[in-house]
Ligand binder design. Structure first.
Ligand SMILES: *Cc1c(COP(=O)(O)O)cnc(C)c1O
Length: 475
């Protein structure tokens, strides 16, 4: 447990201002003190009248919705359209000459974005490449790093890994003639717990490490919002001779990362969640400098060839060392556009600054939820069938989470979710009882959190008649 909790800062601000945390004035005060508040204006923040299923008799149509779904798809930077027009014009006017001319020459448009991307994940230029989609990159990395032998063939991952990662592990096992059931060790939370303890991961590494080829977890677990202890797990895996890689889909742009210093072997991430670079946007790939000149097996294409002789076309591969050598196809220039628009905004601040705000913002959300909906101490899951309780199953320790909170209700949320939608709350549901909310520090405000709490209260009372109470702890 971290010694310092953001709740302490919030309480201090309350005491100093004489305001109650639940006062709208307090949210406004926190916003006025937020050094990053102007960034909201760099994005198109959807309006109540534009998001689906809103009941415009309940809300002001011209007001901003409550967008707490940046963990799924980040908002659109306003500059995207302008930059896209530049590229369309270039294509229209220059055709093929646009490959090497004008803004974002397509032949190296990904490389123009690397510098800003290194700051998101904490590495140097040679260690990253911007290409493909996330799962494709995970496969390319596993081709290199998962080279099972008769004695060392296991993959250590989390139970309930994101399906795409799970399928990647399964299919990679089969590719090597192994049965996925023999290969995958999926670490689970303890009985009655929601998240996985670091000590339990370390214990498996200690026990099974000699048989594990690759350890690969999500940096931030998409469902529980748990932030894993990346440096500790990486070190432990490597001490046992495993390669350790991370899927940073929910971590990139959410929490500070120091992949180089943490000595991570490999990593991949997408750019459309916290990184706001459009649906299906270009993904990232990281390979540590120490593997720069690796002779691991890999799938090659012409874009891994050194640029200076790439177009000589003599079929003699001159492979670029490091991550860029993993590029297979030429880069989709148009997908670089939203990424450029987004990274420009990220580069005006830092992940450390964003994290500072995020700790307060998510801490504020947690505090307000606990105040109104926390199950009384000692109250069993089998409740009175009357009250609504919310168990936040994302860790309370801010060191073990990013922006997201995962909420488990003791009632079926089907109607509740519809009522939230009617009030312009955009978030993610998983029936029967879980809602995931993520106030992105980049464009969400303390007032959004305050508004969310009001809408949640209203939605609960509107749905009251249809809230089926659940006596289950399963999420
Ligand atoms: C979002 C996400 C994906 C999605 O993969 P794509 O290849 O981008 O479709 C994969 N893994 C994790 C952990 C994710 O959070």
């Amino acid at each position: 447990m971290a010694k310092h909790h953001p709740l302490e800062d919030l309480e201090k601000a309350c005491a100093e201002s004489g305001l109650d945390m639940a006062d709208e004035q307090f949210a406004r005060l926190m916003d006025s003190r937020d050094p990053l508040r102007a960034f909201r204006d760099e994005f198109h923040y959807p309006k109540m009248s534009d998001v689906l299923n809103t009941d415009l008799s309940l809300v002001d149509p011209s007001a901003d919705c409550v967008y707490f779904c940046g963990n799924s798809l980040g908002l659109c930077p306003k500059k995207t359209k302008e930059y896209m027009d530049v590229q369309i014009d270039k294509w229209a006017k220059m055709g093929v000459q646009g490959h090497t001319n004008g803004e974002l020459p397509w032949a190296w448009c990904d490389e123009c974005l690397e510098e800003d991307m290194t700051k998101i994940v904490g590495c140097n230029r040679e260690e990253i490449s911007i290409m493909n989609g996330l799962t494709v990159n995970l496969h390319l990395l596993l081709i290199s790093f998962y080279r099972p032998t008769k004695d060392r063939y296991k993959i250590l991952c989390e139970s309930k890994a994101f399906p795409s990662d799970h399928y990647a592990f399964e299919s990679q096992s089969k590719l090597h003639g192994f049965n996925p059931e023999d290969v995958m060790i999926c670490v689970e939370p303890r009985e009655g717990e929601y998240t996985i303890r670091t000590e339990d991961i370390l214990a498996v590494i200690e026990r099974e490490g000699d048989k594990i080829a690759v350890v690969c977890f999500a940096g931030v677990q998409y469902y529980t919002g748990q932030l894993f202890d990346i440096p500790t797990i990486t070190k432990a895996g490597q001490a046992k001779g495993c390669y350790v890689g991370w899927d940073l889909a929910h971590a990139a742009g959410n929490v500070p990362l120091y992949l180089h210093d943490w000595n991570v072997d490999f990593a991949c991430w997408c750019s459309y969640k916290y990184l706001c670079a459009s649906a299906g946007g270009l993904a990232g790939l990281f390979i540590h400098e120490k593997h720069r000149s690796n002779d691991f097996p890999k799938l090659l294409g012409w874009w891994g060839h050194d640029l200076s002789s790439r177009f000589v076309m003599d079929n003699n591969m001159d492979l670029i060392p490091g991550a860029r050598g993993y590029r297979v196809s030429n880069t989709p220039g148009f997908l670089c556009v939203p990424l450029k628009a987004s990274l420009e905004i990220f580069s005006k601040t830092s992940m450390e600054e964003l994290r500072k705000k995020s700790l307060l913002l998510t801490g504020y959300l947690e505090a307000l939820i606990r105040r109104s909906y926390q199950r009384p101490v000692g109250q069993k899951v089998e409740d009175d069938g009357m009250s609504v309780y919310i168990d936040i199953f994302t860790p309370h320790d801010p060191q073990q989470r990013g922006a997201q909170l995962s909420l488990a209700f003791n009632v079926c949320i089907e109607e509740l979710f519809k009522e939230l939608e009617k009030r312009g709350v955009v978030c993610d549901k998983r029936l029967p009882r879980v809602i995931r909310i993520s106030p992105s520090p980049m464009y969400c405000s303390f007032l959004d959190v305050h508004r969310f709490m009001g809408y949640l209260r209203d939605a609960l009372s509107a749905a009251k008649a249809s809230l089926g109470h659940l006596n289950t702890q399963k999420v």
